[in-house]
Design a protein around this ligand. Sequence first.
Ligand SMILES: *Cc1c(COP(=O)(O)O)cnc(C)c1O
Length: 379
Amino acid sequence: MLSFIRSDLSDLKAYTPHPETAMEGVSATPIRRDRLDTNESPYDLPAELKQKLGWTYEQLIETNRYPDGTHQGLREAIAEYVNESAGPNAGAIAPSQLSVGNGSDELIRSILIATCLNGQGSILVADPTFSMYAILAQTLGIEAIAVGRHEENFAIDVDAAQQALETQKNPPIRVIFVVHPNSPTANALTPAEIDWLRAIPDNILVVVDEAYFEFSQTTLVGELNRHPNWAILRTFSKAFRLAAMRVGYAIAHPDLIAALEKIRLPYNLPSFSQAAAELAMQQRSHLLASIPETLAERDRLYQALSNLSGLTVWPSSANFIYLRGDRQTPPDLARLAAELKTRGTLVRYTCNGLRVTVGTPSENQRTLENFQRLLGASS
Ligand SMILES: *Cc1c(COP(=O)(O)O)cnc(C)c1O
């Protein structure tokens, strides 16, 4: 280890989006890979929108000039979209309540810097959940306290969480991260969990990550203006088909947004990414038209996987399905993931379970057939 590098980084591994499984190389690599391990939309931008974006690139973007560091146009477009979903009693979200990041990952890091750095706070998460909160916290020397979830529906163990809030002192918990609906377990927040969040005192920030909002159609944005200690995160990486462009946004009190704006790099978002996200906002009804198909396919996949022996499958409010082995005859799911991979189906093995992204109808069909063959053969 080079002696000038922080010693606490030596335990950290770089994030690998597609961890290699033990079976890698056992059989020939299949030609087709159904990438159902990262929860993106299965659909690329439609060709005519790519063409429009290409035109914007050719005609309007001067590559020798820095991008718009204020993101003004994009923030206005996002504000309009967010307000459509906020409900009548919400009070409008203004562009000054939005900060745009290089993916919502950047915003998570900015939130950690703005709240917890320099020994001023730790964070609370409920596992299993999105791993980036704890990973980014660790890179900044911030402690992540993890509580559990109830296995029947993966609701947060609120008693344990409350206990952690009361006992954690040096430094105290400054931020609670929840995902609505959660990844990898696909459950939306319950009314009881939301009540608990409403009662969190003002000196603790509640971050509600709504990365899958377009699939769940359930949001807390309508309550945001009543809770200055809430922030909502959204992304263009999932339903809007722009994972390659790296655009996410935070919706929050203007003072928190001002703090995030101080922390971010001045030109965090390339002009091309801003143009792509603005196009997605203009064309939102076109892009979101694929959602009903994804939800119908999710329900079909859920039914079919539930019928397989040896698995417990949880209902989903998102575009992915979580399952584990049942108690009596659990299959070896790490091995199953590896075998699925050799058959061209990539799924995510995590926290003793599998997370399967809903793909196109033909991808889902192949997924089911592979599950059926492998579990049929091994049970
Ligand atoms: C996919 C995902 C994101 C998106 O992150 P980006 O950096 O915007 O791509 C954020 N939060 C959760 C829970 C996710 O699953």
